[in-house]
Design a protein around this ligand. Structure first.
Ligand code: ADP
Ligand code: MG
Length: 312
């Protein structure tokens, strides 16, 4: 088992793998003390950071390094997608245990790199250190741009708006249950950040959030920010074939978009090949969610998704 040969060798490897020629947007990427970015004039810059921590967001025994790398970048890109932004640059900070096999890092960077290329985002810098524990810690910083004043926020939903979701829900939770139960999976779920959809609905959607913690939890955030309540038609939910109702309502890490738009605004049935489903509506009232069963029975839906510091 080959181990990492040192910080400089690792950075050299990252540079070989990711360094691109200077561009109009990024005249200086990896290789100097700072990166230099030139956001197009007339745009605002959006910034998001996300941890990917071993034992918290992935397990080395359950998740291949490639999958961990993909998800690390996907988390940040999904936040940009939720606000309708286009990626500008990514920065990756890594704390790696001393005895980590070099192969793990190589695969992690390959997974991250594949998604970076597919999403047309450059890795423009980062930091690399030896982890003080036996755990891998990664932090991704993403910058994006959107025409000034057009970024979609969580706070814009209004009574009368319809509620939409992209793709299918619950696949990530269903797969995690299989893995935790000792089962095997044929292919690991690789969430696809909905960048094209976020950019397309900018100007039409009134509010948007990405589903990182689960529909019940993320819709609660959207309702609280917009000071409205929401109704979900259970029969309308696009549940992934491998998932249960509970996975779709509460499962995290789907990274689909949940958004609202006035009923008068036309929302296509699919964008960039991904289906978009109306699943409910926004109503006046104190922030809360109700589900409506096919027989008309209404029930309150409490946030049941992921929240740190609350579970053992
Ligand atoms: P400094 O000590 O000045 O912070 P470093 O030696 O840490 O410089 O980094 C050298 C260059 O390599 C910088 O451009 C930095 O952004 C880049 N870099 C370091 N670690 C990473 C990483 N994990 N991913 C991407 N770029 C990195
Ligand atoms: Mg540094």
């Amino acid at each position: 088992m080959t181990q990492i040969k040192g910080e400089l060798a690792l950075i050299a490897q990252i540079r070989r793998q990711f360094a691109t020629r200077p561009t109009a947007l990024i005249p200086q990427g990896i290789g100097d003390d700072c990166a230099i970015l030139r956001p197009p004039s007339g745009t605002e810059v959006l910034v998001t950071t996300d941890f990917t921590l071993e034992g918290r967001h992935f397990r080395r025994d359950l998740h291949p390094a490639r999958v961990a790398g993909h998800r690390c970048l996907a988390r940040g890109l999904s936040d940009l997608a939720a606000m309708g932004a286009s990626p500008l640059a990514a920065f990756l900070s890594l704390a790696l245990p001393r005895d980590l096999p070099a192969r793990w890092v190589k695969e992690f960077l390959a997974g991250l790199g594949d998604l970076a290329r597919a999403s047309r985002v450059s890795l423009a810098g980062g930091d690399t250190a030896q982890s003080p524990t036996e755990h891998i810690l990664a932090d991704i910083l993403l910058l994006g741009t959107a025409p000034t004043g057009t970024s979609i926020r969580r706070s814009g939903a209004r009574p009368g708006d319809l509620l939409y979701v992209t793709g299918q829900l619950g696949a990530a939770a269903a797969q995690l249950r299989t893995l935790l139960g000792g089962g095997r999976v044929r292919t690991h779920h690789l969430p696809q950040p909905r960048l094209a959809i976020g950019q397309k609905i900018r100007g039409r959607a009134t509010a948007c959030i990405d589903l990182s913690d689960g529909l019940s939890t993320d819709l609660t955030h959207l309702c609280a920010a917009s000071k409205v309540r929401a109704e979900i038609d259970l029969a309308a939910l696009p549940i992934h074939p491998t998932a249960t109702h509970a996975d779709a309502l509460h499962g995290g890490e789907d990274y689909e978009l949940l958004f609202t738009a006035p009923a008068s605004v036309r929302i296509p049935k699919s964008i960039a090949g991904t289906p978009i489903t109306p699943i409910g509506r926004i109503l006046k009232g104190r922030p809360a969610i109700q589900t409506i069963a096919p027989d008309g029975t209404k029930k309150p839906l409490l946030p049941g998704g992921w929240e740190h510091f609350t579970k053992a």
